[in-house]
Ligand binder design. Structure first.
Ligand code: PRP
Ligand code: URA
Length: 208
């Protein structure tokens, strides 16, 4: 599956703000949440709806309903939690699992430190959240863990993706659709996305 890139002028405008190193923590966090909401709408474009009947102030009519109980959001700690509020605005009843991973600065390999899922995760469609798809190690490892838990339908949402990360995720998990606000140029020699936005976790939480 090819990565789906949200090619939208308003999103490009918002991305310029988060890429700018002068943008402060508050605005950075708010815009990451806003873009995440847009990504969620895009990721739900193939959702299966139920037919229901409702009554408007004017008349009875047929309508559509989404069963939010079929979904779970899984942010990758830390930076993925910066996208969570944006998704919960769109689907407040989805359940939430957490995966704790950090990237070893030398090897760039993900190191696991936390994994907690809703009990019925295997029966849900899972939407994995992480602002940055760089080497793809963190996303690939998270999705492997979810599949080991029996999850069959997984989507991956990020704000920026490097071609290297997209290629790796597509190779190792070809069934997982990637949604990104932008496909960037490449990775630099320390594994950061170029032009990128810097360290997403540090900018969301103000830790540097
Ligand atoms: C960042 C980012 C991803 C990962 C991407 O997290 O949020 O999880 O790096 O890199 P990869 O595609 O090469 O695996 P980081 O390890 O810095 O942890 P943090 O969210 O706690 O800051
Ligand atoms: N993680 C980040 O936070 N930023 C990058 O550019 C790459 C990995």
């Amino acid at each position: 599956m090819k990565a789906i890139v949200l090619d939208n002028p308003l999103i490009q405008h918002k991305l310029s703000i988060v890429r700018n190193k002068k943008t402060g923590t508050k605005e950075f966090r708010e815009i990451i949440g806003e873009i995440a909401t847009f990504l969620c709408y895009e990721a739900m474009s193939d959702a299966v709806l139920q037919d229901i009947e409702i009554e408007t102030p004017i008349c009875k009519t047929k309508a559509k309903k989404l069963d939010e109980n079929q979904y779970a959001f899984v942010p990758i700690l830390r930076a993925g939690t910066g996208m969570l509020d944006g998704l919960l605005k769109a689907m407040p009843n989805a359940k939430i699992g957490h995966v704790g991973l950090y990237r070893d600065e030398e090897t760039l390999k993900p190191v696991r430190y936390y994994y907690k899922m809703p009990k019925d995760i295997a029966s849900r469609e899972v939407i994995v959240l992480d602002p940055m798809l760089a080497t793809g190690g963190s996303a690939t490892d998270t999705i492997t863990m979810l599949k080991e838990d029996g999850v069959e339908k997984i989507k991956f949402l990020c704000i920026l993706a490097a071609p290297e990360g997209v290629q790796r995720l597509e190779k190792e998990h070809p069934d997982v659709q990637i949604y990104t606000a932008c496909l960037d140029e490449n990775l630099n020699d320390v594994g950061y996305i170029v032009p990128g936005l810097g360290d997403a976790g540090d900018r969301i939480f103000g830790t540097k």
